[in-house]
Design a protein around this ligand. Structure first.
Ligand SMILES: Cc1cc2nc3c(=O)[nH]c(=O)nc-3n(C[C@H](O)[C@H](O)[C@H](O)COP(=O)(O)O)c2cc1C
Length: 357
């Protein structure tokens, strides 16, 4: 075991990884990753509402076929955990998205590449050993957007997640108090000509104010891969999304980074699951830090979950090995929770796994 692997081994859970990242990263970078909007209440609630939920185990069930795999859009995944799109991995590690892709690939996890990637999708695909999805912002210029959709599909992206919750950044005070300098030579290759390689530029400068359901129908028409809507926080919008042709819904409040005092995503999940009523898969992100959190999301009807900040901290701490470590920790906790709950497979995790007062 080399010393890097050895020091990762001492990080026993995702909180340990975060604490180590906080020690290693410049404060301005840590705050960019950790921060949220305004008073960061939603950031806190995303986690706390998982703590409110308790589990209800069943005993003496056959666990010999313990299996965390799921199939989403025909893609078999070894676990129902994806890497949420997060912008700018070269702020955190010199190998940026290349290291993230390698870490995800080591455990077969799907990586959703952000529109704000510092690495071109073609370079990401060259090292990918697991599916890569692409997170799209519909840009002011729809022709540039259409060309980007074509480009990422040609490169091999297996699904498109359209982020619909952030026509602007929101009041990110923690981020705005300091100036995050983009490292020399680093750019945003998918936003060339759209976004200056300066961190000061805000989302409203590149995103349209007139994005509506019609644009989703248009996108569906020009996209060959499954199209998911990311940033849905109501049953009504989930139903409208399915009607507009979405193949999947991601319940997300952007990790509490856009509008503060939105409810925790785990609180909103049941309403969305009910509105969608099994027509398309529902995913959820925000505040997932434990295997038991994954179980709770699945018990409330999610088909899979995404994690954001935790793997970025893993990237900071150990590059590809750090990302892999975070995913392995979460998978290990998930498998432990499944065993101790008497749920040997993902489909066997139902509402019965939750204790009700
Ligand atoms: C540093 C950072 C950058 C992010 N960039 C994007 C982005 O470019 N596009 C997007 O749709 N979501 C973005 N997100 C939100 C994540 O996709 C995800 O919704 C959120 O991180 C989930 O919450 P968690 O961090 O508590 O797991 C970003 C989140 C972080 C922490």
């Amino acid at each position: 075991m080399n010393s890097a692997t050895n020091s990762l081994a001492r990080l026993l859970n995702l909180d340990d990884v975060e604490a180590r990242a906080r020690e290693l990263l410049p404060e301005v970078v840590f705050d960019f990753v950790a921060g949220g909007a305004a008073d960061e209440l939603t950031v806190r609630w995303n986690r706390e509402r998982y703590s409110d939920l308790k589990l209800r185990p069943r005993v003496l069930r056959d666990l010999s076929g313990l299996d965390s795999s799921v199939t989403l859009f025909g893609q078999k995944m070894p676990m129902p955990i994806l890497l949420a799109p997060t912008a700018g991995h070269r702020y955190t590690h010199p190998q940026g998205e290349i290291a993230t892709t390698q870490g995800a690939g080591a455990v077969g996890a799907t990586f959703v590449l952000s529109s704000g990637t510092h690495t071109a999708i073609e370079d990401v695909m060259a090292v990918a050993r697991a599916p890569v999805w692409y997170q799209l912002y519909v840009l002011k210029d729809r022709a540039i957007t259409a060309a980007l959709v074509e480009r990422v599909q040609a490169a091999g992206a297996q699904a498109l997640c359209v982020t619909v919750d952030s026509p602007l950044d929101g009041a990110r005070y923690r981020q705005q108090r300091q100036i995050l300098q983009i490292p020399p030579g680093v750019t945003y290759p998918h936003l060339a000509g759209v976004r200056e390689p300066s961190s000061i530029q805000t989302l409203d400068q590149i995103l349209p104010a007139n994005l509506t359901w019609k644009d989703i129908e248009w996108l569906r028409g020009i996209t060959r891969v499954p199209l998911l809507l990311k940033g849905i926080m109501s049953g009504d919008d989930a139903a409208a999304g399915v009607a507009a042709g979405a193949d999947g819904i991601i319940v997300s409040n952007h990790g509490g980074r856009c509008l503060d005092t939105l409810p925790a995503t785990i609180e909103v999940l049941p309403e969305v699951v009910a509105a969608v009523s099994g027509r398309v898969p529902v995913l959820v992100d925000g505040g997932i830090r434990r295997g038991t959190d994954v179980v709770k999301a699945l018990a409330l009807g999610a088909s899979a979950v995404q994690i954001g900040r935790p793997y970025v901290y893993g990237l900071a701490v150990g590059g590809a090995a750090g990302v892999e470590h975070v995913l392995k920790l979460l998978r290990q906790e998930l498998l432990m929770a499944m065993s101790l709950l008497g749920c040997p497979t993902i489909p066997s995790i139902t509402r019965d796994a939750l204790w009700r007062r």
